[in-house]
Design a protein around this ligand. Sequence first.
Ligand code: TA6
Length: 297
Amino acid sequence: MDLGALNGLFAIPGHLHFEAGQGGLTKAVVDNPLATCELYFHGAHVTAYHPKGFEETLWLSDAAIFTEDKAIRGGIPLCWPWFGPHPSDAALPQHGFARNSFWTLFGTSVNGRGETVLRLGLQDSDATRSLFSREFMLEYVVTVGSTLTLELTTTNRGSEPFEITEALHSYFRVTSIEETVIEGFADKTYRDKTDGGSQKCQIGAVVVTEETDRVYDDADPSCCLRCADRMIEIAKFGSAHTVVWNPWQEKAAAMGDFDDDGYRHMVCIEAANTGEGGIILNPDASHTLTQRILPFL
Ligand code: TA6
């Protein structure tokens, strides 16, 4: 659909319009009285969220690549229908294919709280079935206000049960990683992927002083990212795990789309259901993974 038709059908004056973004990829631009936000149809990828009166909440790499065959580095990539490497076929794309697919805009609206709501979908196709031989409907609802709410709903449209793993792979912007702590994981067990996946127990707040790649067994609804003079509450629902990741200097430098000192200004906190606790969906069943981002200082 061209931009003219898209704006004619779905733009909302005072809230939302559509334009060509980086790499010529189509993006939704939200600018309402509560916040601004950008979302690319490529990967249904939120790349910016800036509640009014606060700073930009998400980190986006200065070296991010905006092409249809690559996930955008930063913002909120969608990892689905598997998280990390494919469990049995290393040739398949890391983190699945949702973040590299072109999503369809189903609808836009303003809710009773004056928030802008975008509803996008991805349905199985020959392309997806070549990677994941299941019939599904994936719906993503993004609600933009003084809180950013992300709801990713999987529905099994086939006749057999299937299992997924997934994550809302949110990259948060921090003033400096050295001044950053993440509260809410004390006494929780986690698997340390930088140490062979060994199981450990979190003592106190999470601080990042080296490559960090942890999967917390954490069904609790919220944690708090605190950096210098900023605080963000990160809540979640329908998620058995929270992933905390920072590649640190060497791994960041090895990624062409990750600016070299970017690791000092970001940390990923991801609502997830990872390999050890995938979601099994029977025919016609649905599951929703939700993350809610609330900057409050
Ligand atoms: O969420 C953490 C993680 O699984 C890390 O192991 C690292 O691979 C990161 O995701 C980024 O993955 P990507 O494929 O986006 O480079």
